[in-house]
Write a protein that binds this ligand. Structure first.
Ligand code: KIV
Ligand code: ZN
Length: 391
């Protein structure tokens, strides 16, 4: 059976860049956009052109250099926004305007002091207007996660009639449970006339740590685009992490869903975004964190040394990480010590290993991690008692 393709819509340069302290200049954005294109993302959301002259310029310059991906610009459901986005995107090979409006009761009442009918009118008008400039128009129903499904279906049906090609169903506040978000996608598939003509898109925020799970639930229930960012950066607790959803689909082939991403570039791309945005990644971050392929407890290390698959469900090389690492701490055992000693040239006999391990434990109780330099020191001490063979 042929796998279904899930489009990867990267919004690192728009939703990701909204984070305080992550602001990029046009040159930095161009470098990241070029890398995203190489990585194989299908859509690059390059910015929000009306928001500032700098953002306009970035979207325009990115449009000129991107070779493969669709380039997308965000707008509100406002004519001027749409005109400005169209102008910024005019050099793109494949331009997309991403327009929309809040649909939840809370947005309609508190943000717009408006009504459901008026929101539908504005949504239709925005999509029809955007169609004057580009063929590819994505509509977002902001706060769809907290929008009543029947009303959401009505909005979706109307914007499809107006020409929307993609329907973005954002869980803007990161509130939904995976089951609930998946059920929302299924409800739209079952109840919106014309839904088979458009792509349903997941756009999940991570306020409760469920952005990735929600996006996967969305595609299991029929969505075929995921909006995400490198390292999961984004407003508040962030967006869905691109590297996570891509690897989940790759590691679960029975879902029959895959992406066009060259996964071997994931780690380097993550490093590039950290460096350019000055936004570090927590060590225990899935896929790209410093500890994602590091083993430190004795039981795990012994298993991984015997066979990597005992404690690793993916090959680090698949995401561009050289190899798994065996970290020496006070929780490590003899197998790890022998392995690391061998890596730096010491082949230990059983008696030497016992001696080395006693010295090692004293070091390890004092240090957070025993490094190669410490190991050389330990081996000198062992050598006082017996000659160590060089590997
Ligand atoms: O989270 C959200 O709802 C958004 C939209 C503007 C697409 O980022
Ligand atoms: Zn968002």
């Amino acid at each position: 059976m042929q796998n279904d393709k899930v489009q990867i819509f990267d919004t690192t340069l728009r939703d990701g860049e909204q984070v305080p302290g992550c602001k990029l200049d046009t040159n930095q954005k161009l470098i990241i956009a070029e890398r995203l294109d190489l990585l194989g993302v299908n859509v690059i959301e390059a910015g929000f052109p009306i928001s500032s002259p700098g953002d306009f310029n970035s979207v325009s310059e990115i449009s000129k250099i991107v070779k493969n991906a669709t380039v997308c610009g965000l707008t509100r459901a406002v004519k001027k926004d749409i005109e400005v986005a169209a102008e910024a995107l005019k050099f793109a090979r494949m331009p997309r305007i991403h327009t929309g409006i809040g649909t939840s009761d809370s947005h309609i009442k508190f943000k717009f002091n408006s009504s459901q009918d008026e929101v539908i009118r504005r949504a239709k008008e925005a999509v029809s207007y955007a169609k004057n400039f580009v063929d590819d128009v994505e509509f977002y129903a902001e706060d769809a996660g907290r929008t009543d499904n029947a009303f959401l279906a009505k909005v979706c049906e109307e914007v499809i009639k107006s020409g929307a090609t993609v329907l973005n169903i954002p869980d803007t506040t990161g509130y939904c449970l995976p089951e609930e978000y998946g059920a929302k996608m299924k409800y739209l598939r079952d109840n919106v006339k014309g839904i088979e003509e458009v792509i349903l898109s997941c756009h999940c925020h991570n306020d409760l740590g469920m952005a990735t799970a929600n996006s996967i639930s969305g595609v299991i229930n029929g969505a075929r685009q995921i909006e995400c960012t490198i390292n999961g950066i984004g407003e508040r607790a962030g967006n869905t992490a691109l590297e996570e959803v891509v690897m989940i689909l790759k590691q679960h082939p029975y879902l029959n869903l895959d992406t066009d991403i060259n996964t071997k570039l994931l780690y380097d791309t993550s490093m590039m975004v950290r460096e350019k945005m000055g936004m570090p990644v927590q060590p225990n971050k899935a896929i790209v964190g410093a500890n994602a392929f590091a083993h430190s407890s004795g039981i795990h290390q012994d298993g991984v040394i015997k066979n990597r698959e005992t404690y690793e469900i993916m090959d680090p090389a698949d995401v561009g990480v050289d190899k798994s690492s065996i970290v020496l701490t006070a929780r490590s055992g003899r197998a790890a010590l022998a392995y690391r000693a061998k890596n730096i040239g010491y082949e230990l006999t059983k008696i030497q290993l016992d001696k080395a391990y006693q010295i090692f434990l004293k070091f390890a109780d004092k240090l957070k991690e025993v490094k190669d330099d410490d190991l050389h020191f330990i081996m000198k001490d062992v050598n006082k008692y017996s000659k160590i063979a060089m590997a």
